[in-house]
Design a protein around this ligand. Structure first.
Ligand code: ADP
Ligand code: MG
Length: 308
């Protein structure tokens, strides 16, 4: 018996005490996407449940497709009393739009709708319809809310004193805490043309790693491919020569908005934007399969050029 206990203890030490700590691994569907939450240490099960509840609440408030949501009400001109958190989110969305010179535009719901990206009724709208939709300036925070949700989840995990966690929120990754052996979190950049990874990004601690890709949602018509990241200047799918942009940083909402904005800007303008910033790193993948990473990214498993 003593010997058995000894073996168990040694195994537990070798595996970072994972035999004794609580852990949770939960899948659910929220914000129109598949989500997975893995948590180790502390009250893992109840933390996973609280995160799920929090995501659902955010979806109820911020879904642009739902007429009863906060955005649904704002979009029909209703007077709504905002909570402090809601006012902050809307202010931050406006600020990110200014910062990116409009490449991130949180008021393009009518344009996405014209292309059928809302109800999967895909179609190519007439230019006049696109122009009218752009002028409507209807709120849609689809390009920033999953990032915000990840950052809010990290704050919740901190408050609940769990050890570490990794969340996959429909292509967005949020890490929390450090691994017990001191190694990095390894996050794959999806290969748009296959199931494998294009490369592996390593990060430490609590980070948001957020990807916008033209392969995530698209349709084909008249032999052309139309995807869901729209250029606010034209109202057409952004044609910047990129296939995906991954942004890494500590502020989830910023990273999410920037992944969309950098996709619209393209490699050159996006690289200049990075040079003028100090709060994120980025990986760009071009349509011809080249990979470019800003200086601060730890990337492995692929050839790439460094942006300085
Ligand atoms: P996803 O949400 O698919 O992971 P993004 O974060 O890039 O990808 O967000 C794309 C969504 O944001 C679109 O489905 C649309 O609702 C909205 N959107 C499209 N183009 C823009 C843009 N230029 N700025 C802000 N939001 C956009
Ligand atoms: Mg985004």
């Amino acid at each position: 018996m003593k010997r058995l206990l000894c073996v168990i203890l040694i195994c537990a030490l070798l595996t970072g005490c994972s035999w004794f700590e609580q852990s949770a691994d939960v899948d659910f569907w929220c914000m129109d996407t598949y989500m997975n939450v893995k948590i180790w240490g502390g009250p893992a099960d109840s933390a996973a449940q609280e995160i799920q509840d929090m995501m659902n609440a955010l979806h109820t408030t911020w879904s642009a497709a739902n007429e009863q949501s906060l955005l649904g009400k704002l979009n029909v001109g209703m007077e709504v009393e905002l909570t402090e958190e809601e006012a902050t989110i809307l202010d931050r969305a406006e600020a990110l739009s200014l910062r990116t010179n409009g490449a991130f535009n949180p008021k393009m719901r009518a344009v996405s709708r014209a292309w059928g990206f809302y109800n999967l009724a895909y179609r190519v709208p007439e230019q006049a319809e696109i122009d009218a939709a752009l002028a409507q300036e209807q709120w849609d925070l689809g390009a920033a809310m999953k990032g915000y949700a990840g950052q809010k989840a990290a704050a919740l995990l901190e408050a609940m004193k769990v050890d570490r966690a990794i969340l996959s929120l429909g292509g967005n990754i949020q890490t929390f805490g450090d691994k017990p052996d001191g190694s990095a979190w390894q996050i794959a950049i999806q290969n748009p043309y296959g199931e494998d990874a294009l490369g592996i990004i390593s990060v430490y601690g609590t980070k948001s790693v957020i990807t916008s890709g033209s392969y995530q949602r698209f349709f084909e018509a008249n032999g052309q491919r139309y995807h869901h990241i729209l250029d606010p200047e034209t109202g057409y799918p952004a044609d910047s020569g990129l296939i995906s942009v991954t942004v890494i940083g500590t502020d989830g909402m910023t990273c999410d908005a920037l992944s969309t904005a950098l996709f619209v800007m393209g490699l050159e303008e996006g690289s200049d934007f990075w040079r003028q910033s100090d709060d994120f790193e980025a990986v760009f993948v071009t349509e011809d399969g080249r990979i470019y990473a800003t200086e601060g990214v730890s990337l492995s498993g692929c050839e790439f050029e460094v942006i300085r």
